[in-house]
Design a protein around this ligand. Sequence first.
Ligand code: CTP
Ligand code: MG
Length: 239
Amino acid sequence: MRANSFLIYNRAMPEFHALVPAAGYGARMGHELPKQYLPLAGQPLIFHALNTLCASPEIATVFVVLAPDDALFHTYEWPHFGDKLQPLYCGGATRAESVANGLLASELEPDDWVLVHDAARPCLTQAHVARLIAELRDDEVGGILAVPVADTLKRADDQGRIARTEDRAGLWQAQTPQMFRAGLLAQALRQCGNVTDEASAIEALGLRPRLVLGESTNFKVTYPQDLLLAELLLGQKGK
Ligand code: CTP
Ligand code: MG
């Protein structure tokens, strides 16, 4: 692709796509309904991230990676998303596998940018997406939204007592979206084992993704108590 100047001319505007892994079960939520379908602010939880990504004018397609036996996604109506939303029933046993399978099924060009975003982060805003794209569109490697660690960090011993206090200087909490070229990310995920985010796979190639300052409001809904906070934040949107 890179060697063909005609194609590069035709793709002068970089393309951005989103890929939302949503093939997990939500074991830590402890509910019989998979986490991504739990009711949140009047919609299934996954709706909120899809809504923000589909409304982003810079994003061409929003791929959502579902478990092969997902029987719920199609039972909801996703009225105003139209063709921009593309479900892919190819989720794997781990998040990394789901993302790798989704990339393959999406048939993106190697140079396309892909923003991988957890279905379980419903409080993502247009401003977060716009900032990530603006800061990384000319970057060689890509990067992630993240926030500096605010709390004091304690290392536990095996009796649940504090072994020591860790230095938090320079530590950041990784969030999503994580934005990389589709070809590079697919290669990175093929080469590394099970990683918990895309940046780890890119780092394993010896590259150094950029940290783009996000907000703590873009947290991941993991435990039952997180639902209330997400509901409150979503209620503030647009006020
Ligand atoms: N995910 C996925 N495929 C998997 C596992 C996770 O697509 N095999 C997705 C989840 O659906 C979620 C995102 O990755 O949108 C982040 O994962 P996490 O919050 O850990 O969700 P779960 O794995 O479903 O939750 P838990 O770890 O509590 O089981
Ligand atoms: Mg998980």
